[in-house]
Design a protein around this ligand. Sequence first.
Ligand code: AMP
Length: 412
Amino acid sequence: MSKKLQPLRGTKDLLPPEFAVHEFIIKTAKEIANLYGYEAMSTPIMEYTSVFDRTLGDTSDVINKEMYTFLSKGNDSISLRPEFTAGIMRSFISNGLYHELPLKLFTYGPIFRYSKPQQGRYRQFHQLNFEYIGAEGTYTDAEIIKLAQDILSKLEILQHTTLEINSLGCNESRSAYHKVLYEYFLSYKTSLSEDSIKRLDKNPMRILDSKDEGDKKISQGAPLISNYYTDSSKKYFDEVLKYLDLLNVKYVINPRLVRGLDYYCHTAFEYVPKSGSQSSILGGGRYDGLAKIMGGHDTKAIGFAFGIERLTLLKEYMLPKIRPTILMPITEDTLANSLVLTDKLRAENISVKLSVSSKVGKRIQKALEENAKYIIFIGEDEVNNNNFKIKDLDSKKELFVNFSELVSLLRL
Ligand code: AMP
């Protein structure tokens, strides 16, 4: 088959069974989000590139290598969103929503990253994303983590995951840490990967996030941020952990967890699979500095996102299929009447499929394969006489009913 008929590398079609799983996951997450007072919203898939490169930081892989960026006909640099948070924050600022704070927002849709495709890593994938803008107080960190946990629990995958948490401290803690980290990595400069040498001057914390095996080994011996927390940062983290304990959220402190993006502070967290790939299922953190970086007012905020494709690696969801009702004209002459009848039934909110081409026997066979519940046979007299023959495919019984009885039966 011609290459042009295949989906692009790292993208895929979501055929009905798989799409139904996506919808189920979204619906489940929505139900939990509602319990926490989150409202759904949506931002455009494309933004000016500056929305992302000014906020994600020019040492991040997402910015350097993974963005789908192009020039518009008006010569503007445009990017497909490589994550949700920057776009949501842009929308928050440009719509001037400060007076509505605190805002609990959730959104979902495709995300684009030009990374190397592999199992659970796509170039177009789908995230559900939660942002709590105006999140003041340490309890809000714990509350949003509990929301993430409730979603994973409702989706029956919590038991396959571990919550890893760390604190990145306040700005003061991080700048003290940057200095010692810089000195540490400088002494290994000749052994670091090319990317990490670039990160060294700009943001040595990024090296801790490097996927390069050599960098990873060097990072093992790096100093830990916890030794550089200010008193208030330490108190902040202790309080978050205390609230998590109160909410019965189990966690492991991972002192090496630093999320890849520049705008995080204090709490950073990830749910990682207990076995197999170490790629995270869900990641989030506090980003109090982002609104200001983008030209807005100082606004405290925390959020998280999870990828639907990653999540489905942990569990295969078997969703019950709706059993169709089949309306079957027996002869070609009865097609028009059958079409009108399907219309009447749908007006009564009854789902019905018209089965037309091929011989009746073949169509019955197809209905059985589809696990249909009923077949309504339409012959010459049925519609005129208001007397319909319906076969229950479970009991194998045939009934003759009028239209209102038919509606009542199919409503059951
Ligand atoms: P991140 O924005 O990198 O923190 O990612 C948040 C979540 O999105 C991850 O925990 C994964 O579930 C998912 N994710 C990130 N990158 C990919 C990808 N390339 N393909 C599929 N899922 C991804």
